[in-house]
Design a binder for this molecule. Structure first.
Ligand code: PFF
Length: 452
């Protein structure tokens, strides 16, 4: 039997877990990645597929991932080993935990570089560099930042140290309070930005771009990207949610908890889209800006609106915080494993993982400038790390979670952990985890590589 409480501690309340999981989910994925990927892939139809993936694949797998974590009560690798033993299954299920640890480490390396951009923009906003900026000037500011490896390295380093410091102390201290105050503040600020977009931007154009689907514009690869984005934004498929689930008390409702996290995450992504695209269209920019989308677009609004220096600085500060609470959850599975199996103390384990991710992050940031000629399939290091993790490793992890929960665990174990009192919800969920999610992931993979 697994222990009923994790050796790493337990959340004080269900709300604490919801906050931490929301902190993990809401991050650069919502505000930086969602708008730029939607922009690159034609908007409407992509957004619709993304939302379908959130609801039909993401939500059921999130419940599955929390369920596994809470039942195993250890790091994802040991949780999978324990649960496999309990159910009389092969030890190879432990591999799933390893894939997650690898994915978390790879994501952290480039995530910290992008969070570094946000840190740099806190200071650009604060010193009034955006006032009177036009689209061309804004693109220049962004380009100059990418062209300066020393600057990028400094911000990347600062962000990685910030992340390691929190993880080393144990994820619970501070996280709860930070998320309670900062997450609502971020939502309020996004609403202010949407208000500005309504008044000053090409709001109808933005709305049409985001919500009017044109399926002819949707390539098979865009469907893979939409699914990858759903996994990335919900922090699914790599054990981050599993490890947080392992600190959840046995009484809390997994279904309600997952519902709140998914809803909050989706609201933030859609608000970001609603704020950004009208500003972009009003400035005559193309939605296909790539990863620089928000960094080129938002300064235009901050440069023009009343109290723009204040709002701009606050926005990037909150973005850094959102990235911070996500980055913490990226290292936690690896750190929990090292503490359990190698008897390392948290500080040392965290330092090792953060230093490795920091080193790989340097390769990622050099791919934006000095190493920009080194590409594979037309992608540099940062791009490869992002593509490989979000579109391949996370959905693969999700697929294995669905197989384990839906097909390999006995239904009795599943039911006793989930304890859903409403039978209807249980039936729908079990159907989604058993059939819809794994089959959909498989089909999207096969279609993306051209096999169907
Ligand atoms: N969900 C985070 C975001 O949207 O920014 C990124 C992320 C965090 C992905 C943790 C995966 C993860 F395990």
């Amino acid at each position: 039997m697994p222990a009923t409480v994790s050796i790493h501690g337990q959340w004080s309340t269900r709300l604490a877990f919801v906050l931490a999981a929301t902190g993990s989910a809401v991050g650069l994925g919502n505000i930086w990645r969602f708008p730029y990927i939607a922009g690159d892939n034609g908007g409407g139809a992509f957004v619709l597929v993304y939302l379908a993936c959130i609801l039909l694949i993401g939500l059921p797998i999130m419940m599955g991932e929390i369920l596994l974590g809470r039942r195993g009560r250890q790091s994802p690798i040991n949780t999978m080993l324990t649960l496999a033993r309990e159910e009389g299954l092969s030890r190879s299920w432990g591999l799933m935990g390893w894939i997650g640890v690898l994915a978390g480490f790879l994501i952290l390396s480039f995530y910290s570089v992008i969070a570094g951009w946000a840190l740099a923009y806190v200071f650009k906003a604060g010193t009034g560099s955006f006032s009177g900026l036009d689209a061309e000037g804004s693109a220049e500011v962004f380009g100059a930042m990418l062209a300066n490896p020393e600057g990028l390295l400094a911000w990347h380093t600062i962000f990685m140290v910030m992340t390691a410091m929190v993880v080393a102390r144990g994820v619970r201290s501070g996280l709860e309070r930070a998320v309670t105050i900062l997450m609502p503040a971020l939502v309020v600020l996004l609403i202010v930005l949407v208000g500005y977009s309504m008044a000053q931007g090409a709001f109808m154009d933005g709305l049409r771009f985001l919500f009017q689907p044109d399926f002819t514009a949707l390539s098979p690869n865009a469907v893979l990207l939409a699914m990858g984005q759903a996994f990335f934004t919900l922090s699914l498929g790599m054990g981050a949610i599993m490890v947080y689930g392992s600190y959840l008390s046995s009484e809390a409702s997994i279904a309600k908890t997952s519902g709140s996290v998914v809803a909050a995450d989706t609201v933030v992504a859609l608000l970001a889209g609603l704020a950004i695209f009208p500003i972009l269209f009003a400035a005559g920019l193309s939605p296909e800006q790539g990863p620089g989308l928000i960094f080129v677009t938002l300064p235009l609004a901050f440069g023009e609106m009343p109290f723009g220096v204040f709002f701009g600085t606050l926005f990037f500060v909150l973005l850094v915080f959102a990235a911070w609470t996500s980055a913490i959850s990226l290292i936690e599975p690896a750190v929990a494993f090292m503490v359990e199996n190698l008897q390392l103390n948290r500080v040392f384990a965290t330092t090792v993982v953060a230093m490795l991710a920091w080193t790989l992050g340097i390769a990622a940031l050099l791919s934006l400038n000095v190493w920009s000629d080194y590409t594979l399939f037309d992608r540099g290091v940062l791009d490869i790390l992002d593509y490989l993790t979000a579109n391949i490793l996370l959905p693969l992890g999700g697929f294995l979670i669905a197989l384990f929960v839906g097909w390999r665990m006995t239904e009795r174990s599943v039911q006793s952990e989930l304890r859903l009192t409403l039978g209807g919800i249980y039936t729908v969920w079990y159907f989604l985890v058993r059939y819809v999610a794994p089959i959909a992931i498989l089909l999207v993979f096969l279609r993306a590589v051209g096999l169907i």
